[in-house]
Design a protein around this ligand. Structure first.
Ligand code: FAD
Length: 575
């Protein structure tokens, strides 16, 4: 077992089986709480007992966080039990604290880390009702007055607004306009006059009903000016960098939700008989199950790539993190929709054996729409496409970077936030390594017996990618790119670029881990199906052969479930 999976395996044992009705984290308990729109308080206390919040406090500040890959894996275990708990207990505090712990002065870093280590929550407060994603028109002000900052104005849909011990607030600290007018400040509620903070009523949401989401209003709330994270006027810059960390990691956490949904639908399909047959025999049903499994694996691959890349190529994360947030939530959202068709009427029923499914279906969209939707991520990728495509820039360390990102046995370097950049400056090792691909592949497979059809299909995909890239470059060159105001054609260009990045990521992942995971992994059936799922043009295979791949993959899926193992590239044991 890989080192990074050991703590997750331990966590799974501590949390127990969600199918055991006597377990605190059982699906039944979670569903009952959701029905009453109640936060899973006892479950959160149990996580406190396990010191879960140490997972997102860096080692240098007294916590356990040293690998974002491991952090995502741990959160996946929470999200697979309850998205409200995942978001409300942990992910919100992680988002609310990361900027302070990475860029705050020593005092703020320790203050925030200690708050989390004392098992308290921290909120993140960007959103304003009137401005949504248009944060450079935000109106919450932070008036600098001597050594104080006075906060005024209203933030909306803020998770744990009232219960949190502190919050990171995005506010306007200068009269001028533009990015430099904004700062990020950390508000420690113990240190402010709480009569100047008004909490607004709970906001009722379609999903994650247990989450305590509300607005809050500041009225000349005084904080020390040393509460500024980084420096006055750096709020937008720090935000974009902090979001590179969270966009690279949060989408992967949500894979746990789809693992639970697929497990439920798979078991239903194995049990349900119609016309004297189990419905899993129906081609539409088993194809949906296989597609769902492959979508999970390919999102797992993207998430692993992005969370490891944070350590290996932080300077390339502007693009890599946006690709993860652009692609994973959309893909998994549609996977859930497809699975709901197999569950039929039961996907709409709120109680009974499959009652949890409708909750997962309602909960999932917050992953896509919250914290930058696909459109917002497209806004980061699009203006950089010209420089990324016009000349594939490679660095001296490209090969080494690919090895470190994709080889799960390779130890990750310590994350260096100061290396994050607002633009990739044309570098993306994963796509830009394309001219060296053949040499890289030959080097990696020299000691392995690779099925010839798999090799042929990989080369076919690479050839296709080499055809698509120049066409994409030509389209981008001819287009006048207006950020925030782009056509669906340009949105599709972003989609194509992401597809290429993701297809190569899957290939590199396979190449770097052959012989280390399982026979199914080595055989590469999943890889061929993943390439096909990413873009039908990336795989040349006739229908009969495709059916064989699907059949064997379904067998693997059923086998994993019967052994109670996770649906992931590296399966771990569930209870
Ligand atoms: C359950 C839940 C919990 C949340 N928790 C928090 C929290 O704790 N803290 C917090 O700060 N926020 C929180 N939010 C807010 C969230 O993170 C997003 O900021 C918010 O959902 C997006 O805002 P909006 O829908 O008002 O988008 P708007 O910006 O009003 O967007 C409206 C439409 O315009 C499009 N659009 C916007 N900008 C662009 C662009 N640049 N280019 C092209 N199209 C664009 C959008 O795609 C969308 O279709 C939460 C939201 C929800 C639903």
């Amino acid at each position: 077992m890989y080192q990074q999976y050991l703590s997750v395996q331990k966590l799974e044992v501590s949390l127990g089986s969600p199918n055991d009705k006597n377990n605190l984290f059982s699906h039944q308990n979670i569903l009952e709480l959701d029905e009453q729109s109640l936060f899973p308080t006892k479950q959160a206390e149990a996580l406190d007992q396990l010191n879960f919040s140490r997972s997102f406090v860096p080692k240098s500040l007294g916590g356990d966080l040293h690998s974002f890959e491991e952090l995502v894996l741990k959160f996946k275990s929470i999200f697979r039990r309850d998205p409200s708990l995942g978001l409300g207990y942990g992910a919100t505090s992680y988002m609310g604290s990361i900027a302070a712990m990475m860029w705050g002065n020593d005092e703020i870093k320790l203050q925030v880390a200690n708050t989390l280590l004392q098992k308290k929550t921290i909120s993140i407060a960007y959103h304003e009702k009137e401005h949504g994603n248009d944060v450079l028109h935000n109106e919450v002000t932070g008036k600098v007055s001597g050594n104080l900052i006075k906060l005024s104005g209203e933030k909306w849909v803020i998770n744990n607004a009232k219960d949190s011990a502190g919050l990171t607030v995005f506010c306007k600290t200068s009269e001028s306009c533009g990015a430099k007018a904004y700062s990020l400040v950390y508000v420690d509620k113990k240190q402010v006059n709480l009569s100047t903070v008004q909490y607004l009523d709970k906001i009722h949401t379609l999903g994650v009903r247990g989450c305590k989401i509300a607005g809050l209003r500041f009225d000349n709330t005084e904080i020390k000016n040393s509460s500024v994270i980084s420096s006055l006027g750096s709020g937008f810059d720090i935000t974009l960098k902090a979001f590179q960390i969270t966009r690279a990691t949060i989408p992967g956490m949500s894979i746990g939700i789809v693992d639970t949904a697929l497990r439920m639908v798979l078991r239903f399909s194995l049990k349900r008989s119609l016309y004297k047959e189990k419905i899993i025999q129906f081609p539409q049903v088993n194809e949906t199950l296989v597609n769902a499994y492959i979508n999970i694996l390919l999102c797992d691959c993207i998430s692993t790539m992005a969370s490891r890349a944070l350590h290996v190529v932080p300077e390339q994360m502007s693009i890599i993190s946006s690709i993860a947030k652009f692609y994973i939530p959309k893909r998994l959202q549609s996977t859930l929709d497809e699975l709901s068709v197999v569950l039929g009427a039961r996907h709409y029923v709120r109680d009974g054996e499959y009652g949890l499914f409708q909750k997962l279906l309602r909960d999932y969209p917050v992953i896509a729409l919250g914290h930058a939707s696909d459109v917002i991520c497209a806004n980061t990728i699009l203006p950089q496409l010209n420089s990324l495509l016009q000349k594939l820039k490679i660095s001296n360390s490209t090969k080494e970077n690919l090895d470190n990102i994709f080889d799960l046995q390779s130890a990750l370097p310590i994350f260096q936030p100061e290396k994050l950049r607002l633009s990739n400056l044309g570098y993306n090792d994963i796509i830009n390594s394309l001219p060296q691909f053949e040499a890289y592949l030959v080097d990696k497979i020299s000691n392995h017996d690779i099925p010839s059809n798999l090799k042929e299909n990989i080369f076919y995909a690479i050839t296709q990618i080499k055809i698509v890239l120049p066409k994409l470059e030509a389209t981008i060159k001819q287009s006048s790119i207006k950020v925030q105001n782009f056509s669906s054609q340009l949105y599709n260009c972003v989609g194509k670029y992401c597809q290429i990045h993701i297809a190569l990521s899957c290939i590199y992942f396979w190449l770097n881990n052959i012989g280390k995971i399982s026979a199914y992994f080595d055989e590469g059936l999943w890889l061929m199906l993943a390439l096909n799922a990413i873009n039908k043009d990336f795989l040349s295979i006739d229908k009969d052969k495709l059916l064989v791949l699907q059949k064997k993959t379904l067998e693997n899926l059923i086998d994993l479930d019967s052994k109670n193992k996770s649906f992931s590239l590296v399966p771990i044991n569930y209870l």
